[in-house]
Every structure is written in C-alpha cells, then in structure tokens.
Design a protein around this ligand. Structure first.
Ligand code: FES
Length: 104
C-alpha cells in the first residue's frame, strides 16, 4: 500500500495509510495529525497548510491560483508550502513527505 510520510508539529515522524482519490488534508485529519480542514477542502481556510519535502515539490501538480492567493494570506510560508486539501492522493505519490506547518 502507498504511504504518506508526515512530520507532525512536535517533530515526530509518522507513516500514514492512504486512500486513492482522497485529499491529503483528509488523510491527515482522519489520522489525527492535528489538521482541522475547517472549510472541508474549499481552499478557504488554510488550516491544512503543509510544507512538502523539496524533492517532492516539483512532482506534485502545480497549485491553482486560488491556492496561491490563500497561501499568500498566511503570516509565514515556505517555498514548498501547499494546502493539503488541494492535493488529491494517488498511489503515484507513494512516499510523499511533508511537514505539518506551524501556522496551519
Ligand atoms: S481545508 Fe480549508 S483550505 Fe484546505
């Protein structure tokens, strides 16, 4: 099974189960990584902010404009910041690594 590698806000590493077609936000939220997903994936709250590992960032689909606008509203972002609700899981992402952002 494809896995999602996550560093939580305490710096602890986790390997999460994944479901094809789910939003990464949903995988994080439902496996208790402290991601709320307040807007349900509507790209409107940024509570799902994550920082993708550099070697993975270019392998993900480009963010849409509304995601970039929402990220711009955050007080602090990284070059590889993404909203995890905008990343749809497919098994081709097996091994994707990300860190839950402090500002989420
Ligand atoms: S869950 Fe609200 S922006 Fe991602």
């Amino acid at each position: 099974m494809a896995v999602l590698n996550v560093i939580d806000r305490d710096g602890k590493a986790h390997q999460l189960e994944t479901v094809e077609g789910w939003r990464v936000m949903e995988l994080l939220r439902d496996q208790n990584m402290g991601v709320e997903g307040i807007c349900g994936g509507a790209c409107d709250c940024a509570s799902c902010h994550v920082i993708v590992a550099e070697d993975w960032a270019a392998r993900l689909p480009e963010p849409r404009e509304d995601e970039l606008f929402k990220l711009d509203e955050l007080p602090e972002i990284a070059p590889t910041s993404r909203l995890s609700c905008q990343i749809i899981w497919s098994d081709g992402l097996d091994g994707l690594s990300l860190t839950i952002a402090e500002s989420a």
